[in-house]
Design a protein. Structure first.
Length: 95
């Protein structure tokens, strides 16, 4: 089962930050705040190494789309409280 689409970019496997955000179940209206805090201002994230960004036009407005390496996406998942809650819930139901 594939939770999120994995693509290859410049010989490296990447995922969309926006898709990851949706899978984590966050409020879609807060994506720009989340991406700024967890990607752009993340002192451990290195642009063009952990992620790449592309400016695109959506509904007549400019927005930035991020492609995250799988390693960086995993790190973002590990710090997600929502993912932790989901894993705990799944582990309880599997017994």
């Amino acid at each position: 089962m594939e939770l999120i689409k994995v693509q290859e970019k410049n010989g490296q496997k990447v995922v969309s930050a926006r898709e990851l955000y949706k899978v984590l179940g966050y409020n879609t209206t807060q994506y720009s705040r989340w991406s700024k805090k967890h990607i752009i201002e993340n002192m451990f994230a290195i642009e063009n190494e952990d992620y790449t960004s592309v400016d695109i036009i959506v509904n007549g407005g400019n927005t930035t789309e991020f492609a995250l390496t799988l390693d960086f996406a995993k790190k973002l998942c590990m710090i997600s409280k929502r993912l932790l809650h989901w894993v705990r819930k799944k582990s309880k139901t599997s017994y």
